[in-house]
Design a protein around this ligand. Structure first.
Ligand SMILES: Cc1cc2nc3c(=O)[nH]c(=O)nc-3n(C[C@H](O)[C@H](O)[C@H](O)COP(=O)(O)OP(=O)(O)OC[C@H]3O[C@@H](n4cnc5c(N)ncnc54)[C@H](O)[C@@H]3O)c2cc1C
Length: 492
């Protein structure tokens, strides 16, 4: 029996935010858009369905108006007091700062200058934002989080007639004799099928769900890491593209990984995701972290939380057993800076440092020495646990230092949260032309008919990342990919 075949102008692989943004943009030019998704329908949407917010450039209140349906200046004003703007220059600077000036400048230029246009474009399609809650790293957040965004994406695309093929894993790219990509071969629940297309957009995530690739690129120990997100992103798109000569790009040895509850599941799927029970443990800048040797091992606040959390997972993974303890005291608890999800965190609590150490099975004398040594090193200054601004209140004479938010841990009860590293996604990807999102060949020319977006596009993130950037980059380069893929399709 002949293999089943389908025909589209634009075929998009994946159904996360980058893929849906590509499909939305392609629809502006052609209705013949198809999407392939490896997961069953209930778990489509990828990691994008597990997110909260997008980081984008804005100059003030006026720029936010198009994003919020019932815009209230009174509600926005207090939020804008802590973050009145994030200009293009500021967004550029903070990404260069977190990547140690290694972000691909051509990609970053597009990412930064298109970010506000992209969120306004999404709003024009029916997406919406709401004023941000305390734990977010922006003044507005996606209504319903990433789950809400993805539900809206699916409703808009399905209404426009886009065909979704679920439980359909792309396995290889099909090329003609000139090296033009003419479709995708995929494994469906009924067997192999061929999806012919005039252009293909790959937006099927990075390789974080593939233990062999994690070990190969990220190094020993990463094969056994737990995931914050879906088990479906096994690097298939990267492999398929590199099999036909696509150029790898960006940092293949670093990744986004953050502190998570010790009981982080091995992976999470969209249908099991509950926003308020997030296992993320991002209170570390306000206190200290120690390893199982009862020693501090990292400057907990070398920068703001949104600019350190994606690298902090790797610092924890490097500790014995890949485990650490976040330690805070009653003073900090009273300041009402706790994120709501700490209510469901795995925790230990005691009235003395000695008892807390016993509960954590740490060497008591060493733990007490670490905490009292830290306390003695705290310098005068005003402690201000503000998630956007550094307070400069630091330690002196200890190693590692704490550069900001250094406050003595001396008021009982003392609390501790055991944490581990949870991997979010890998930074390595494909080289694309940032103006078109077209995939580049190792031979130094574009691959005809092939585009990539989202985590598949490498170059922006190196070693670290700024919170909320992945969703914005996915939407921006997805939109660009969809537009150019459809234009190419209509010309052929
Ligand atoms: C818990 C969590 C919270 C996060 N919070 C934020 C946040 O608030 N803000 C932010 O900017 N970023 C956040 N991120 C990062 C964010 O999820 C990514 O930057 C973003 O989702 C990447 O989008 P994407 O479309 O490239 O990938 P994904 O959304 O992961 O989509 C990839 C899709 O491809 C599919 N797929 C994989 N292989 C195949 C195949 N062979 N064939 C067909 N389909 C395939 C997958 O099933 C999936 O649907 C978070 C990540 C996690 C895990």
């Amino acid at each position: 029996m002949a293999e089943e075949t389908h025909h589209y102008d634009v075929l998009v692989v994946g159904t996360g935010n980058a893929a849906c943004s590509a499909a939305l943009a392609a629809l502006e030019k052609t209705p013949r858009v198809g999407m392939l998704e490896k997961a069953p329908k209930r778990d489509r949407g990828g990691n994008s369905a597990l997110t909260l917010m997008m980081r984008f450039a804005f100059n003030g209140m006026e720029d936010l108006r198009p994003l919020i349906r019932n815009f209230s200046e009174a509600e926005m004003r207090p939020l804008l007091e802590s973050l009145p703007h994030r200009t293009e220059a500021e967004l550029w600077d903070e990404i260069m700062r977190v990547t140690n000036n290694q972000s691909d400048q051509e990609m970053l230029q597009v990412h930064v200058t298109e970010s506000l246009k992209t969120v306004c474009w999404l709003a024009s399609k029916g997406h919406e934002w709401v004023p941000a809650a305390m734990r977010d790293d922006s003044v507005v957040t996606l209504n319903g989080g990433g789950a809400g965004l993805q539900q809206r994406h699916f409703a808009i695309l399905e209404k426009a007639g886009v065909v979704f093929h679920h439980e359909t894993a792309a396995t290889e790219l099909v090329e003609d004799e000139k090296g033009r990509v003419t479709g995708v071969r995929a494994l469906t629940s009924a067997g192999y099928a061929t999806f012919n297309a005039k252009s293909v957009v790959l937006a099927c995530g990075s390789f974080e769900s593939n233990p062999e690739m994690r070990a190969r690129y990220l190094g020993p120990g990463w094969d056994m890491i737990r995931l914050r997100g879906v088990p479906f992103n096994t690097g298939d798109g990267l492999r398929m593209a590199m099999d036909i000569g696509a150029m790898p790009h960006g940092s293949w040895t670093t990744c986004h990984a953050s502190p998570q509850d010790i009981n982080l599941p091995v992976f999470t799927v969209p249908s099991a995701h509950i926003l308020k029970d997030s296992p993320a443990r991002y209170m570390y800048p306000w206190g200290i972290m120690v390893n199982t040797n009862a020693e501090r091992f990292v400057d907990e606040a070398w920068d703001t939380r949104g600019r350190t959390y994606a690298a902090m997972g790797r610092a924890i993974q490097a500790q014995p057993g890949g485990i650490a303890f976040q330690i805070l005291d009653a003073k900090i608890r009273k300041m009402n800076v706790y994120t709501p999800n700490y209510a469901t965190a795995t925790t230990a609590k005691a009235d003395t440092l000695e008892k807390l150490a016993e509960e954590l099975d740490l060497d008591v004398a060493k733990f007490v020495k670490t905490v009292t040594g830290f306390n003695a090193a705290v310098q005068p200054g005003k402690y201000n646990p503000n998630r956007y601004q550094l307070d400069g209140k630091s330690t002196a004479g200890i190693n590692p230092p704490k550069s900001n938010y250094a406050l003595e841990i001396d008021e009982p009860p003392f609390e501790a949260w055991p944490v581990r590293c949870g991997m979010t996604f890998a930074f390595g990807g494909l080289k694309i032309d940032p103006k078109t999102s077209q995939v580049q060949h190792v031979a130094g020319r574009p691959i005809p008919g092939l585009y990539a977006a989202g985590e598949m596009a490498g170059g922006l993130w190196v070693g670290n990342y700024a919170a909320g950037s992945g969703m914005t980059a996915g939407a921006t380069f997805g939109r660009i990919a969809g537009t150019h893929a459809a234009s190419t399709a209509l010309k052929s």
